[in-house]
Design a protein around this ligand. Structure first.
Ligand code: SAM
Length: 254
């Protein structure tokens, strides 16, 4: 059983970067397909309650003052919509993708893995619309997604293991490579400096937290690797990241 519990980390600076990019990629994929397959190897809970003190205060909490400007991004529109009475609830990665597909009226078929029994029960109550199919699998997400990729073609995948020890880093990179071969767009999230395996070959999007006015304990930043994206998506991401950073740090340099 995993000893990692994402509840204490939800909405921290690392989550903000991961979910901002995930939502930008999901937005693009949902616009460019008729129904989307979504998979997550390490999904966590559908949502998280935010209380004080919490890591979220120097992550999402610092973004909240820029909310009017940040609402040009789907991620922040969803957050604003779920928190009309004040910032209390943070949707996890899969819930964010479900919300994105609901907003766009696009069919979503999701396969989600986690080994934690508490996480498994939290999915019993998840808000799923009639045109969405969600299958939660309790078990190892690496082997689950490898098997899924053998029998399906095309979709969006998030790989978000709790720790990137050498064995999981290798598996994660293999999974991204396999996903790309099978026509999927895949993202892998990690804290900057966590990587202990040889350098990943995929395009990497880094955020140094300080440069965006955020912080997260001993971590200086976070990195999202992206596989299977076409040129248009990569170009769009670069533009959108620049817009995000301008809002977060209007007078500073990056
Ligand atoms: C970083 S959290 C997931 C956060 C979530 N992806 C998000 O962004 O909202 C990592 C999750 O991996 C789960 N986990 C740990 N080992 C696993 C394994 N071998 N297979 C699947 N899930 C695992 C943990 O229970 C935890 O919920």
């Amino acid at each position: 059983m995993s000893s990692y519990d994402h509840r204490t980390h939800a909405a921290n600076a690392g989550d903000v970067w991961k979910h901002f990019l995930l939502m930008e990629v999901a937005d693009y994929c949902l616009h460019n397909c008729d129904g989307l397959s979504y998979a997550e190897s390490h999904v966590g809970r559908p949502d998280y309650a935010l209380s004080i003190p919490g890591e979220w205060e120097t992550g999402l909490g610092r973004c909240w003052q820029h909310l009017p400007d940040l609402q040009k991004f789907l991620f922040f529109r969803i957050l604003a919509d779920l928190n009309r009475q004040g910032l209390r609830l943070y949707p996890g990665s899969a819930r964010l993708v479900l919300e994105a597909s609901r907003i766009q009226g696009q069919r979503l078929s999701a396969d989600l893995w986690d080994i934690d029994p508490g996480v498994a029960s939290s999915w019993d109550e998840a808000p799923v619309a009639s045109f969405q199919e969600v299958r939660f699998h309790r078990g190892d997400g690496f082997s689950g997604v490898f098997e899924l990729l053998d029998v399906s073609f095309g979709g969006l995948l998030l790989v978000d293991p709790p720790h990137l020890d050498p064995a999981s880093a290798l598996l994660a990179e293999r999974l991204l490579g396999r996903a790309e071969e099978r026509g999927w767009v895949a993202l892998l999230w990690e804290m900057m400096g966590e990587r202990t395996s040889p350098e990943c070959n995929f395009e990497a999007y880094e955020l140094e937290f300080k440069g965006a006015g955020l912080s997260c304990g001993r971590w200086a930043g976070a990195v999202v690797s992206l596989a299977g994206a076409d040129g248009a998506l990569r170009q769009r991401l670069r533009r959108r990241i620049e817009m995000f950073l301008k809002i977060m740090r209007p007078t500073g340099t990056f």
